[in-house]
Design a protein around this ligand. Structure first.
Ligand code: SF4
Length: 369
């Protein structure tokens, strides 16, 4: 398949890894922002093929993982109501709330449906005027355009029975929070290429100015990832601080301006809580006041729900690059994909799930040392 097969070519990938080996002269810690990249790195064993000087730590870019526990509890509360059709992407159904998940609500008679587009939820609202239809609008910049389109479409159709439960997060403030931490270990970033496909990378030069570390827009196939790593290592070794683009087939500096305009028409920046990490100032998008009638939190009066995370789960430290999944005492014991304690074990993009699925367990890692 064009634009996929050639980016999975093992010989090309090995060639770039050899170039990384020739380039690196000292230890560097790099963070891949996106959970999709984490999954690809672990699945293809890229972390194990790199020279030992390069350590990859896994960032907070898995939308399912960082959706706060209390938002899940709010979703559960709304979905259990008899007058509601609750619509979500499939990967949210198994994410544990404080006491259950959306699958349990469905099993107990709640009308919870998996949709493939938020516009499917708008269609459901049109067809079911006697029901309240709610779409669980989570994600990073990548999923914001279709989510705001659903609100604009519902407004255009004059629907009074459609609303969105919003938990949108933005990459640049999360990077700021990681770099501002006194415990930060990250020396270079692989930026999340699909986020940059929408947003471009014009937001990153101010971060560069402030934190003086290189950033490289990186894709998701093995060749994309090793090319992103090579470019980051080259910049670090040369002492250069810049934002480079190693994913030029999909990303421009400006990004998709019409999509950005649609996002800013419906959303405004707001403080947002990240699961496992906590509040990050201005790291989210919320509905603008003129779209408040579509806000499910207000419509169903769930704003006051709060929740506490499991004390066993160290996902917050993993998502900031401070620890790896196998450092968690519950990994593979109390916490498995079948019985997840934290969201990084539920999502296929979560670092814990990737380590579990591809055998990065403590015994294997010890044996490798
Ligand atoms: S293994 Fe489970 S409990 Fe431990 S950090 Fe990962 S998700 Fe949390």
């Amino acid at each position: 398949m064009k634009y996929v097969t050639e980016y999975r070519d093992a010989a090309l990938v090995k060639g770039v890894i050899e170039e990384i080996r020739r380039t690196v002269t000292r230890p560097w810690t790099l963070m891949e922002i996106c959970g999709g990249q984490t999954h690809a790195i672990v699945r293809h064993g890229i972390d194990q093929l790199l020279p030992p000087q390069i350590e990859l730590v896994h960032g907070p870019g898995c939308p399912v993982c960082v959706t706060p526990l209390e938002l899940i509890d709010k979703a559960l509360s709304i979905a259990a109501r008899p007058d509601v059709i609750f619509c979500s992407y499939g990967d949210m159904l198994r994410v544990p709330g404080s006491s259950r998940d959306l699958f349990s609500v469905k099993a107990q008679g709640g009308d919870v449906r998996v949709v493939y587009s938020p516009l499917d939820a708008v269609t459901l609202a049109e067809k079911n005027p006697d029901k309240q239809v709610v779409f669980f609008a989570i994600g990073f910049e990548t999923t914001a355009p279709p989510n705001v389109m659903s609100v604009l479409q519902a407004q255009r159709l004059g629907l009074k029975n459609f609303s969105v439960l919003v938990s949108h997060v933005r990459v640049p403030p999360a990077m700021s929070a990681i770099l501002n931490s006194p415990h930060n270990r990250v020396q270079g970033f692989l930026l999340a290429g699909h986020v940059n496909a929408i947003m471009g990378y014009w937001e990153y030069p101010p971060l560069l100015e402030k934190f003086k570390i290189p950033m490289v827009v990186t894709g998701f196939e093995p060749l994309d990832i090793v090319q992103g790593i090579l470019k980051t290592v080259q910049l670090l070794e040369e002492g250069k601080v810049e934002v480079a683009n190693a994913y030029q087939r999909a990303v421009t500096f400006e990004g998709l301006k019409p999509a950005q305009a649609a996002i800013h028409k419906v959303f405004m920046e707001c403080d947002r809580k990240w699961r496992g990490i906590g509040m990050i100032p201005m790291s989210g998008w919320c509905l603008r006041p003129e779209f408040e009638e579509f806000n499910a939190e207000i419509r169903f009066d769930v704003e006051s729900i709060h929740a506490e995370e499991s004390p066993l789960c160290i996902a917050g430290e993993i998502l900031q690059g401070l620890k790896k999944p196998h450092h968690c005492s519950a990994f593979g014991k109390q916490c498995t994909p079948e019985n997840p304690l934290g969201a990084t074990m539920v999502s296929s993009e979560g670092a814990c799930a990737a380590y579990y699925k591809y055998g990065r367990n403590p015994q294997v890692l010890l044996a490798e040392k």
